[in-house]
Design a protein around this ligand. Structure first.
Ligand code: CP3
Length: 351
């Protein structure tokens, strides 16, 4: 087990990175999952100029611009590279497209023959536009902003590769994992290798830290969570740190319930919490071991007013005195009024 909790090295001047390095700050740094997105009018304008969503992701100038938009507007402490978790299957040879308003589409892979048709190793040259976008953002980012890269966790990405689209309870992936665990092992192992190489390249190109999105942890039994989620994530983190010693890594296991208490076993520096997690409980059970990130209900920010303010204060009060990164419990939604986000940022910062 590689629980790497660094003994608070010197402050870097980047508050989010400092929390990941073990510092406790008076005010938590803040960023927002899906902060570059459709709730921003400037994003919608840029999006209208791009062709398909994948073309958007693979056009460095556009991806860099989308990344910077929420930083310009709100001065958030973290900038997350505009991209998608599905560039990994795309770069392995399983073509990804987005049906307008319907989400991702991939030709499903459900057996060894399908898996064997994919590339053995990820072709990082195909992802050159992603790395070029990183260089562009890095050159433009304020010195105090922590730059985040990301990938999907193997189980979450595998669920799309198997079903070929979003599936509410991940029935196709869960069934296949029961019926053909050898296939699942092979798919997950391929994704561990690909994700490790991808994150290493992102870190070497210039991101300060990375987040691993396990958006569908909540679909797994405890045994399956151990096998298909915690273990591969731990392998990725060990692999990344073998190449980039001390790499700072956030692991977001959405809807993992008590499973959140086990995220430290992966070696993560921070555990991302969904909005179903009780903050007082997390402050006792999770925060002593690693930083916590979260966990405002995105819909409270659509509503705004007292509902939002109460939600913010509950989180700030519970996590004060420990390592905390303020965020939502999942992505911001397109209906969110931009002025509510401005009020949220000011309240978290006490300005
Ligand atoms: O957070 C950010 O601002 C960075 C960009 C980012 C996107 N996707 C851009 C995006 C990140 C970090 C992701 C991760 C991602 N993508 C996840 C994990 C996080 C989560 O939300 O659980 C998942 C499961 C995906 C797969 C995906 N991408 C789906 C299911 C969809 C369609 C759903 C939707 O919201 O439309 C996407 C498309 C997508 N990725 C959009 C954005 C801004 C919206 C499409 C558009 O703008 O046209």
């Amino acid at each position: 087990m590689s629980s790497e909790q660094p003994a608070s090295p010197a402050r870097t001047g980047k508050p989010l990175l400092d929390v990941l390095s073990g510092h406790v700050l008076e005010k938590p740094p803040i960023w927002i999952m899906r902060q570059a997105g459709r709730y921003l009018p400037e994003y919608r304008e840029l999006r209208a100029k791009a062709g398909s969503f994948m073309e958007f992701c693979y056009t460095p100038a556009m991806a860099a611009e989308a990344t910077l938009q929420p930083i310009r507007r709100y001065g958030l402490d973290g900038a997350i590279l505009f991209s998608d978790i599905l560039v990994i299957p795309d770069a392995l040879g399983q073509p990804v497209s987005f049906a307008e308003g319907e989400g991702p589409r991939l030709p499903p892979i459900t057996d060894r023959a399908g898996l064997d048709r994919l590339a053995d190793q990820i072709d990082l040259e195909r992802l050159a536009p992603v790395f070029e976008a990183i260089e562009r953002v890095k050159a433009a980012l304020p010195a105090e902003t922590t730059f985040l890269g990301f990938c999907g966790a193997p189980w979450t990405v595998a669920s799309y590769m198997i079903a070929g689209k979003s599936t509410p309870e991940l029935a196709p992936a869960r069934l296949l994992a029961y019926r053909d665990p050898e296939f699942m092992e092979a798919l997950i192992a391929k994704l561990v290798r690909a994700s490790t190489a991808y994150l290493v390249r992102k870190l070497r190109t210039g991101v300060d830290a990375v987040q691993i999105f396990e958006s569908f942890a909540g679909a797994l039994t405890p045994a399956a969570f151990e096998r298909w989620s915690l273990r591969p994530i731990r392998q990725i983190i060990e692999g990344v740190r073998a190449e980039v010693p001390g790499a700072r890594i956030i692991v977001f296991t959405r809807n993992a319930g008590v499973g959140h208490t086990r995220v430290w076993e992966t070696g993560a520096n921070a555990a991302g919490l969904d909005w179903g997690v009780d903050c007082a409980w997390a402050a006792r059970e999770i925060q002593p071991k690693l930083a916590v990130q979260g966990n405002l209900d995105p819909l409270s920010v659509v509503a705004g007013g007292d509902a939002m303010r109460k939600g913010i204060d509950t989180i700030l009060d519970a996590f004060r005195g420990g390592r905390h990164i303020f965020n939502f419990g999942h992505g911001i939604v397109p209906e969110t009024p931009t002025e509510h986000v401005a009020e949220l940022v000011a309240r978290v910062r006490g300005t």
